[in-house]
Design a protein around this ligand. Structure first.
Ligand code: ADP
Ligand code: X2W
Length: 263
């Protein structure tokens, strides 16, 4: 099977111009099929504060009312997505940027929860992904770049966690490609001690994940990231890693950076 890299980047990197440029240069150099999936939660947060739109996160998801939906659509599907595509083009990488509504790429359902109304937050599963169109793009030599905006095919846009999009896209494409999913972020993988950058685990399985969680060693964004990483691995994604965004080219060359998800 043909190798496919699905690479996810988050808000911290997107906000750091110099590191982002270095990262996109490394990304552009990857030979063969690749997809970039991005968040941008940090920039959305900063702008919401300026516009005095109060933000609430529950279970790693942003409660998305009408005002927040307008804001995140502009930020994720507009500013960030187009900026990433332009930067990739400058490195001769033929990127093409999408929201989930474009080409019906990612169809979501409004998130249902017994007690909490998440507003315009969309849940997705493997069947939500238009894998045929994505495969066609790849076969044309294009590099798809996905934002965290999805739709319901009834005219509504939704906000969907970008780690979830990365895991689900990887899952859907793992039937057709030898897929490697890389969650790139600002730490050297899963750290046993958050204060010690060198305490990264080489591998993590579900049992170890539960133990670290119970011991209070995992907080904030790393929890949903790991949940998405395990779900992808359990559902057929061949390789899943959490790596430092600065080490992408080493991972592509040697394949042993950061923390590998094991079953
Ligand atoms: N044990 C841990 N190992 C690594 N990161 C951790 C750990 N506990 C908490 N974190 C935090 O999780 C963050 C990653 O999640 P998040 O901020 O959502 O990433 P991104 O938005 O870049 O995808 C790290 O920057 C770190 O602050
Ligand atoms: C529903 C939901 O929570 N969506 C996320 C989408 C962006 C994202 O995931 O950004 P990072 O990868 O930078 O965290 C949000 O609005 O924060």
């Amino acid at each position: 099977m043909q190798k496919l890299y699905i690479i996810k980047i988050g808000g911290n990197l997107i906000d750091d111009k110099k590191s982002l440029k270095a990262f996109l240069e490394q990304f552009s150099k990857i030979k063969g099929a690749k997809i970039l999936i991005h968040g941008g939660g940090k920039l959305a947060e900063t702008l919401a504060e300026k516009l005095k739109i109060t933000q609430t996160m529950i279970d790693g998801r942003r409660i998305t009312n009408k005002k927040t939906l307008k804001l995140v659509t502009m930020v994720y599907a507009g500013r960030i997505n187009k900026n990433l595509v332009a930067k990739l083009q400058s490195f001769n990488c033929n990127a093409i940027g999408f929201s989930g509504a474009d080409g019906n790429m990612i169809q979501a359902e409004k998130r249902h929860h017994p007690e909490i109304d998440f507003g315009f937050v969309g849940d997705i599963n493997e069947n939500s992904i238009n894998h045929e169109l994505i495969m066609n793009m790849i076969n044309l030599g294009l590099v798809p770049v996905f934002s965290a905006i999805t739709h319901d095919k009834k005219g509504n846009l939704f906000n969907t966690n970008a780690d979830t999009i990365a895991g689900t896209v990887a899952q859907a494409l793992s039937k057709h490609f030898d897929t490697e999913l890389l969650f790139c972020f600002d730490k050297n993988g899963v750290l046993e001690n958050i204060e010690d950058e060198n305490s990264n685990l080489k591998t993590i399985n579900k049992q170890e994940f539960s133990e670290l969680k119970s011991a209070g060693k995992l907080h904030k964004g790393i929890l949903p990231k790991l949940e998405n990483a395990f779900r992808a691995k359990e559902n057929g994604v061949q390789k899943v890693f959490l790596i430092n965004e600065k080490k992408l080219s080493y991972q592509i060359k040697l394949g042993n950076e950061g923390t590998e998800i094991c079953l």
